[in-house]
Design a protein around this ligand. Structure first.
Ligand code: GLU
Length: 485
C-alpha cells in the first residue's frame, strides 16, 4: 500500500509572496488534497540575512486568504515538528556525522583564505568554482589531531568521484548528470548549522514528505540531494519541478515589475479567487475548455500531466478577464458591498440610486479599481469636447445630436414619473416616430449626461441615476455646446 501522500510548502520569510511561490503552494496543496493527503507548512528561516520582521505573518495570511489551509505547521503543530527550520537545528550535526561514519561526507579544515584563493584561481582560469577536495583524503590521524586541537571545520558531502547520478522528476522524466561536475558541497557549517541544501533533505525525510514541488532553479541541486538520500539509505520523494513565471520571453517576473507579488495584485484590485485561478493556469493546462475553477474544482481537475515544461508568461489581460468573470458572477448584494466604497471615491452624491448604479456597473466590471473613474461624472459634468458626439457606428454627428437633444428635452421635461420604465418608454416612442436607430437618440443623450463616450449603462440608466433635474440641466448644456459648433 502506498503511504499517505504528504506534501510541503517551504517558503522563506522574505516579506512578500511572489506569485511563483504562491503557485508552488497551490500545486503542492492540490497534489495532497487530490489524494486525500496532508499539506504541510514549513518555514525556512535559516537565512537570517534575508529575514524580515512580520514576514511569517504574510505567509500565513496569504495562504489562509487563498484557502490553502495546512494540516501541520508552526502555528498548529503536528507529529513531525518543529515546523520552523531554525528550531530544528539540533539534529543536523548528528545526521552529518552519520554520513561521515558511512564515508559519504568528510571533515574539511580548509581556511577561508585558502578557499578564497582557490576560487580566485579557478575564476581566473574560467573554471566554475568548486572545492578541490583537499581534505577528502586526510588520514584519520590528521583528522583526529585537528579535531582534538579544536581546528574549525565544516562537513562536506563526498560526491562519488566517477560515474553519474540520475534522478527522476515527474515532469521532466529521468535526468542524469556526470558526478564530475558536482561539488563536494558543505552540509554543516563551522558553527554547526546545516546549509539549506542539507537541511531540506533531512527535514523532508524526517517529516515523511512524499512529494516535493519546487521551482526549477532547484533542478541542478537535485542530483546532490538524491546522493544524500542514497547515502542515508532513505527513499527520495517524488520531485515535481515547475517552470519559472516570466515577464516576457527573456525576463523572469521580478518584484520590481510590480505584478510579482500577491499583494501587488490585490492592490491593483484583483480578487483573491481570480488571482488563484489565474496562477493555477500559469504552468498547468486543464484537459477541457473550461478555465474557471474554484479551489474545490481545482482539486478534482488537477493532475501532474497538465504541468507545463515551458515557462509561463504573466499576462495581465488574461488575469483581468478572469477577474471580470468572478466580478460578474457575484451576487448583486455582494458586488454592491465591495463596489460602493470604490464608487464613493469619486461620487459623493447622496441622492444616487446605488442599486441601479451597481446594476449597470456589474455586467461591465472587470476590476473594482476601475470604478472610481467610471463614475466620476456623476457629481459634476466634466468639461468635454463636442467631438464626442461624432460616432460613425451610431451614425451621429454634431447636427444629428443637436436635433436629438432638442427633441429629448421637452419629452423628459414633461415626464411626471422619472423611472427607468417611463424614460425608456418615452424615448422609444420618439425613436419609433422618427424611424431612426436607437443610437441616434440614445448616444447623444449619454454624451450629454456624462461628457463621455463610454459609460456604465446607457443614456436611459444614466438619466435615472442623475435624476430629472440634473439630467435636464446637462441636456441643456449639450444643446448650448452644440449650437456653438
Ligand atoms: N525555502 C525555499 C524557497 O523559498 C524552498 C525551496 C524548496 O521548496 O525546497 O525557495
Amino acid at each position: 500500500m502506498m503511504s499517505e501522500v504528504r506534501t510541503r510548502f517551504a517558503p522563506s520569510p522574505t516579506g512578500y509572496m511572489h506569485i511563483g511561490n504562491l503557485r508552488t503552494a497551490l500545486y503542492t496543496y492540490l497534489l495532497a488534497k487530490k489524494q486525500g493527503g496532508k499539506f504541510i507548512l514549513r518555514i525556512e528561516d535559516t537565512d537570517r540575512e534575508r529575514y524580515v520582521d512580520g514576514a511569517v505573518d504574510v505567509i500565513y495570511k496569504t495562504l489562509r486568504d487563498c484557502g490553502l489551509n495546512w494540516d501541520e505547521g508552526p502555528d498548529i503543530g503536528g507529529d513531525y515538528g518543529p515546523y520552523v527550520q531554525s528550531e530544528r537545528m539540533g539534529m543536523f550535526k548528528d545526521y552529518a556525522e552519520e554520513l561521515v561514519k558511512k564515508g559519504k561526507a568528510y571533515y574539511c579544515f580548509c581556511t577561508k583564505e585558502r578557499l578564497e584563493e582557490l576560487s580566485a584561481v579557478q575564476k581566473a582560469s574560467n573554471i566554475s568554482p568548486m572545492y578541490d577536495r583537499h581534505c577528502r583524503h586526510l588520514s584519520q590521524e590528521e583528522i583526529d589531531k585537528n579535531l582534538a586541537e579544536g581546528v574549525p571545520y565544516v562537513i562536506r558531502q563526498a560526491i562519488p568521484e566517477e560515474g553519474s547520478t540520475t534522478f527522476h522528476d515527474e515532469i521532466y522524466g529521468d535526468i542524469t548528470v556526470e558526478n564530475s561536475i558536482l561539488d563536494d558541497q558543505v552540509l554543516l557549517k563551522t558553527d554547526g548549522m546545516p546549509t539549506y541544501n542539507f537541511a531540506n533533505v533531512v527535514d523532508d525525510h524526517t517529516m515523511k514528505i512524499t512529494h516535493v514541488v519546487r521551482g526549477n532553479e532547484y533542478l541542478s541541486s537535485a542530483p546532490k540531494y538524491n546522493l544524500l538520500y542514497e547515502a542515508f539509505g532513505w527513499e527520495p520523494p517524488m520531485y515535481i519541478h515547475v517552470e519559472h513565471i516570466m515577464k516576457d520571453a527573456q525576463h523572469k517576473l521580478a518584484k520590481r515589475d510590480g505584478d510579482a507579488s500577491f499583494q501587488d495584485l490585490l492592490d491593483k484590485g484583483y480578487m483573491t479567487e481570480a488571482i488563484l485561478n489565474y496562477i493555477l493556469l500559469l504552468g498547468w493546462a486543464p484537459k477541457g475548455e473550461n478555465e474557471i475553477f474554484s479551489l474545490s474544482e481545482m482539486i478534482d481537475a488537477f493532475d501532474l500531466s497538465g504541468i507545463s515544461k515551458s515557462p509561463a508568461i504573466f499576462d495581465p489581460l488574461k488575469l483581468k478577464a478572469i477577474n471580470a468573470h468572478y466580478v460578474r458572477a457575484m451576487a448583486p448584494e455582494e458586488f454592491k458591498e465591495i463596489a460602493v466604497p470604490y464608487i464613493r471615491r469619486t461620487c459623493k452624491r447622496s441622492d444616487v440610486d446605488l442599486d441601479l448604479l451597481c446594476s449597470v456597473l456589474q455586467p461591465r466590471a472587470e476590476l473594482f479599481t476601475d470604478i472610481p473613474e467610471q463614475v466620476d461624472f456623476i457629481d459634476k459634468l466634466p468639461e468635454y469636447s463636442t467631438e464626442l458626439y461624432n460616432n460613425k457606428k451610431m451614425k451621429t454627428d454634431a447636427s444629428t445630436s443637436l436635433d436629438a437633444l432638442k427633441k429629448i428635452l421637452p419629452i423628459l421635461e414633461n415626464l411626471g414619473e422619472f423611472t427607468q420604465d417611463s424614460v425608456h418608454d418615452a424615448l422609444f416612442k420618439l425613436i419609433e416616430e422618427m424611424g431612426v436607430k436607437n443610437g441616434v437618440i440614445l448616444f447623444p443623450l449619454r454624451v450629454a449626461l456624462s461628457g463621455k463616450q463610454f459609460t456604465p449603462g446607457g443614456g436611459i440608466e444614466l438619466a435615472v441615476i442623475l435624476g430629472k433635474e440634473d439630467s435636464l440641466a446637462r441636456i441643456k448644456k449639450g444643446i448650448e455646446l452644440l449650437e456653438n459648433v
